[in-house]
Design a protein around this ligand. Structure first.
Ligand code: NAD
Length: 480
């Protein structure tokens, strides 16, 4: 079985303590590889390597750094099939999804920032005759990047690419639940001879390797994507040191469906926005709010379509849903279904584990689940479940929809379905979330600001936002 290696100072290395954690294939429930159980000692080596590499990397021209990013992008593209298979095995997501979304997006993340950095510019201000101000933007330094398990390589590279493009060096820690594609990425970096120390990847648990990284005094900023409680913990450690911090956290997103929507388009997209990646996308719409005039029609049609969605072996092309990422997460999602029942929720479809046979008999599968009859204040409608579970609630007026939409501590994304342009703009204006999709979902343009309000995070990724985050602005005022 493969022993995953850390990538420190340009070399693939074992953890200093030689301790490993089990890595599971969620589709079979079996251990299939081992992950370094790294500690602060490995983090120390990685931070030292990143610090040593910083002057030469940050002094490269933008064109030179752009070329390195392009090489990484091409390296990922050349191994798309291998990486997609690895992602599917590690995460439980359908192979077709990893092939069509996760890995192409990792290719695009490096490609996008390889070109973005060529066009990135800072401002100058003509103040008066003989006075000019300009903004000098320089890399911040050593960036600590930490990512979650739901879109492993996609989100890992979404941080690393702009950090490196802007001239920072990086110490990154992928989720210990899905480390494999980050390991394969480091093999690509080794193959293309990326300069030593520019990117360092330390594998291991959040409480040990992750905590050592964000607590390290010699990192200059933290870019984190993960759960809200982890984000709060990181903020407590990093904020008093006055380091830059970007936190992309959880969500409980509303999907608001008005009577006047294009019903067929809405229904097709709502199947995806509810259950893509087994509902384990921070942007999934887990609270479906439906205007009363089409509530019964929607409920019947949606339940019928969801009932047809196949939960199956992630390797099969017709599996719409694969496995839940880990046993603890599977238990968590099932426990929320029990909570929903205790709260008086009525299960319209699903509501239980799915038992497959053969090699998948010990895998972790849950049927796509629709629950109705719960009010907005219950735990099911307030807490992030992050699985194939949605609730539906009826509303009458636009004001009521907006109130329901904004009635959680989260504010990551929202979807609105209406053919009334004015209503669409009013809703977009009133919803308190970082992203609002009107008549679509997960349509991404990498130039746009990405992130959440309220307890969904602090800061934005994407486009210039990320390059601004990964650079330190300095005002220079000249009188001549
Ligand atoms: P998590 O917070 O448990 O872990 C995320 C990462 O943080 C992992 O790499 C983990 O090892 C690390 N970590 C954990 N404790 C740490 C600590 N004390 N110090 C440093 N690092 C630590 O989250 P998860 O379960 O992996 O991911 C699911 C969560 O991520 C959900 O809440 C989801 O909504 C959120 N998410 C948000 C976005 C977004 O863009 N806003 C995107 C994807 C996922």
């Amino acid at each position: 079985m493969i022993h995953i290696a850390n990538y420190i100072d340009g070399k693939l290395v074992s953890p200093i303590n030689n301790q490993y954690l089990d890595n599971y294939n969620p589709a079979t429930g079996k251990v299939y590889s081992y992950i370094p159980d790294s500690t602060g000692d490995d983090v120390q080596l990685a931070v030292d390597a990143a610090r040593k590499a910083l002057p030469s990397w940050s002094n490269l021209s933008n064109i030179q750094r752009s070329k390195w990013l392009e090489k990484i992008s091409s390296g990922i593209k050349a191994k798309l099939d291998e990486l997609a298979l690895a992602e599917s095995i590690d995460n439980g997501k359908p192979l077709w999804l990893a092939k069509s979304v996760d890995i192409p997006r990792a290719v695009d993340n490096f490609k996008f920032y390889s070109t973005a950095i060529l066009h990135y510019a800072s401002e100058s201000h003509h103040t008066a005759q003989g006075v000019i101000n300009y903004t000098l933007r320089k890399p911040v330094g050593v960036a600590a990047c930490i990512s979650p398990w739901n879109l492993p390589l996609y989100l890992f590279t979404w941080k690393i690419a702009p950090a490196l493009a802007a001239g920072n060096t990086v110490v990154a820690k992928p989720s210990e639940i899905t480390p494999m594609t980050a390991f394969l990425l480091t093999q690509i970096c080794e193959e293309i001879n990326l300069p030593a120390g520019v990117l360092n990847v330390v594998h291991g648990l959040g409480i040990s390797a992750g905590n050592a990284l964000i607590s390290h005094d010699d990192i200059d900023l933290v870019s984190f994507t993960g759960g809200t409680s982890t984000g709060a913990h990181i903020a407590k450690i990093v904020a008093p040191k006055f380091k830059k911090m970007s936190l992309e956290l959880g969500g409980k997103n509303p999907n608001i469906i008005f009577d006047d929507c294009d019903f067929d388009k809405m229904l097709k997209t709502t199947l995806n926005s509810s259950f893509a990646n087994q509902g384990q996308i921070c942007l999934c719409g887990s609270r479906i709010l439906v205007q009363r005039g089409i509530y019964e029609r929607f409920k019947t049609a949606f339940a019928a379509e969801v009932g047809k969605m196949k939960v199956g072996n992630p390797m099969q092309d017709d599996s719409r849903l694969g496995a839940i990422v880990s046993k603890p997460h599977y238990d968590k999602v099932l426990s929320y279904i029990s909570i929903a029942k205790e709260e008086g929720g009525k299960i319209l479809t699903g509501g239980e584990a799915v038992n497959l046979d053969g090699e998948n008999k010990d895998g972790w599968y849950i049927a796509p689940t629709i629950i109705e009859g719960l009010d907005q204040q219950c735990r099911t409608n307030q807490e992030e479940i992050f699985g194939p579970v949605v609730t539906i609630q009826a509303f009458d007026t636009e004001e009521e929809a907006l109130k329901l939409a904004n009635s959680t501590m989260y504010g990551l994304a929202a979807t609105v379905w209406t053919t009334d342009l004015n209503k669409a703009h009013r809703m977009a204006d009133g919803i308190k979330s970082g992203i609002v999709w009107i008549n679509c979902w997960l349509l991404r343009d990498l130039r746009t600001p990405f992130g959440g309000m309220k307890n969904s995070g602090v800061g934005r990724e994407g486009g210039w936002e990320a390059l601004n985050f990964f650079t330190e602005p300095k005002n220079v005022c000249i009188k001549y």
